[in-house]
Design a protein around this ligand. Structure first.
Ligand code: ADP
Ligand code: MG
Length: 324
């Protein structure tokens, strides 16, 4: 199978009817895609690359890899409150493995269809397995949620109920933890099938003062909000939502996973304390639970507290690809 057959079969025909339409007059097949912007909206663009052995294990099912490659990108749009519009796919493949490509395309397009977005172009080459997706989305002018808006006294929230499960799964694969049966499968799903919080991000437009998605660990990613906003924070470490599986682990591991786990793709955001009822309504509208986990303070830096109000050491730092 040649490069053009591969593109045609898996990435043009594979996505069915989404490919062309009024919004995307020219999709895959020309030198560029042509997309009609919605009047009054701003475009948001973000790329994320997944490298085998670094961002995923070779044991992952191709369908889940297709899902995750798009999910981590949609998570960036979610963090900005954007409505997804389209995406491109740059793929480097060791060989044209049909079973791999069919599974990958299935997972990719199932998530694309769930968000009503088309694959509008990309690039395909032979090489080590490497997947780079660029997503495009839009927000009404001036309404993108940014890292820089957190204000003194704001509440801090995190979405979801399984913070840290993806890290627990990584520890399982590394062999430092053992889990069997359903518990193993549920944390593995958290790692391999993250659900981007797109509906929540949109519901928070005009309400959240800042937002970020958790890809490198809660403390590190919240730290980006603090640095960009020029504020500090108090975080209630034991208030962080976690699964029953993680809650059954020893406390040090629970804290490692929730505070600095990474790969969560939940949203961390801030909102004025006076708007708690509206935040709860936005979470309900998006069918996404959120938990209040701390407060923005004037003093720079992040301070962690346990359930008894005692200070915890901030030794748990964020995941950095060039350090570990
Ligand atoms: P060019 O050489 O002009 O850059 P290519 O031959 O690389 O174009 O690609 C032909 C068409 O197929 C283009 O429209 C391109 O966007 C699309 N394409 C290539 N690879 C992919 C891919 N992995 N997914 C989606 N579209 C792709
Ligand atoms: Mg060209």
């Amino acid at each position: 199978m040649g490069e053009f057959d591969l593109i045609q079969r898996f990435f043009l025909e594979g996505q069915g009817r989404l490919a062309a339409g009024d919004e995307v007059p020219v999709g895959i097949g020309d030198d560029c895609a042509v997309i009609n912007p919605t009047p009054g909206m701003q475009w948001l663009v973000s790329s994320d690359m997944l490298v085998e052995g670094r961002h995923f294990l070779s044991t992952v099912a191709p369908e889940r890899l297709g899902h995750k490659a798009l999910a981590v990108n949609l998570s960036d749009l979610a963090a900005c409150g954007a409505t997804p519009r389209a995406f491109t796919l740059a793929l480097s493949l060791p060989r044209a493995d049909e079973a791999f490509l069919a599974g990958f395309a299935r997972g990719l397009f199932a998530l694309a269809q769930a968000h009503g977005i088309a694959l509008v172009g990309g690039d395909t080459t032979a090489g080590p397995l490497n997947i780079c997706i660029t997503v495009m989305g839009e927000v009404p002018r001036g309404q993108a949620l940014l890292r820089s808006g957190a204000q003194l006294g704001d509440d801090i929230y995190v979405s979801g109920t399984t913070l840290g499960d993806a890290r627990l799964a990584l520890e399982l694969f590394r062999g430092t933890v053992r889990l069997a049966g359903d518990a193993f499968e549920s944390v593995r799903r958290a790692m391999e099938l993250p659900q981007p919080r797109v509906a929540l991000g949109q519901a928070l437009r005009g309400l959240a003062s800042s937002a970020i998605d958790v890809s490198d660990g809660l403390c590190g990613d919240l730290g980006h909000i603090l640095a960009r906003s020029g504020v500090g924070a108090r975080l209630e470490a034991d208030a962080l939502p976690r699964s029953a599986t993680l809650a059954a682990q020893d406390l040090a591991l629970q804290r490692l996973c929730t505070l600095s786990g990474g790969d969560d793709y939940e949203l961390v955001f801030t909102a004025p304390a006076a708007r708690r009822v509206e935040v709860a309504a936005a979470a309900a509208l998006a069918a996404t639970p959120v938990t209040r986990i701390g407060r923005i303070e004037a003093e720079p830096g992040l301070r962690l507290f346990d359930a008894q109000g005692q200070v915890l050491p901030l030794a748990l730092s964020s995941f950095d690809h060039f350090k570990s």
